[in-house]
Design a protein around this ligand. Structure first.
Ligand code: ADP
Length: 188
């Protein structure tokens, strides 16, 4: 089984690129953001707790997303691997992921990192706010806080995956098709 981490700041285009990636490599797409948003939409207890954190641009607790990932790993059959989108987002989550895949006798295959500058993050999210109805995209101060959280808590993972020899950086600027071919080239 392949375990790909799809990495990048908010608005880098992870969700946009994930579809083509899962199709080409027969992967199961797991987006923790999407899973959390469906908990919110379904009005579950977990969703209610997560909503306040997400709407203010904060991360949900590590254990919550780790449990979601583990459940997906257990419940998915018939794929060649997983594409983890938006997970891990902290060093603790990255370490938990390593232990989860090691339990299956496997390893994280690669970290595909889509990089864009902070200025482009803001433009992309402002555009997405017009198309999708996400409370965390609507307020500039929340977007700002998500970018800060990314730099403080998530960016250290670059070093983590570099040290493991698994880090593949993709230039996330340009058109969707341009970024997609850079990703395929790296994964092939
Ligand atoms: P984006 O990458 O555009 O910020 P996501 O859909 O990946 O959007 O995530 C939306 C929000 O969901 C995050 O800001 C955070 O509050 C929460 N979230 C998603 N994944 C995680 C995670 N792995 N750990 C903690 N919180 C998460």
């Amino acid at each position: 089984m392949k375990y790909y981490v799809l990495f990048g700041p908010p608005g880098a285009g992870k969700g946009t690129q994930a579809g083509a990636m899962v199709e080409r490599y027969n992967l199961c797409h797991i987006s923790t953001g999407e899973l959390l948003r469906s908990e919110i939409a379904a009005g579950t207890e977990l969703g209610l707790k997560a909503k306040a954190l997400i709407d203010n641009g904060n991360l949900v607790p590590d254990q919550v997303v780790e449990d979601m990932i583990e459940a997906k790993f257990r419940g998915t059959k018939g794929v060649d691997g997983f594409l983890l989108d938006g997970f891990p987002r902290t060093l603790a989550q990255a370490e938990a992921l390593d232990s989860m895949v090691e339990k299956h006798g496997e390893n994280v295959t690669a970290c595909i990192s889509i990089m864009i500058p902070d200025s482009l993050i803001k433009t992309r999210i402002a555009h997405r706010a017009l198309v999708e109805d996400r409370a965390d995209d609507a307020r500039p101060e929340v977007v700002e806080h998500r970018i800060e959280t990314y730099h403080a808590k998530t960016e250290p993972l670059i070093q983590f995956y570099k040290a493991a020899g698994k880090y593949k950086e993709i230039d996330g600027t340009g058109t969707i098709e341009e970024v997609r071919s850079r990703i395929f080239e790296a994964m092939d």
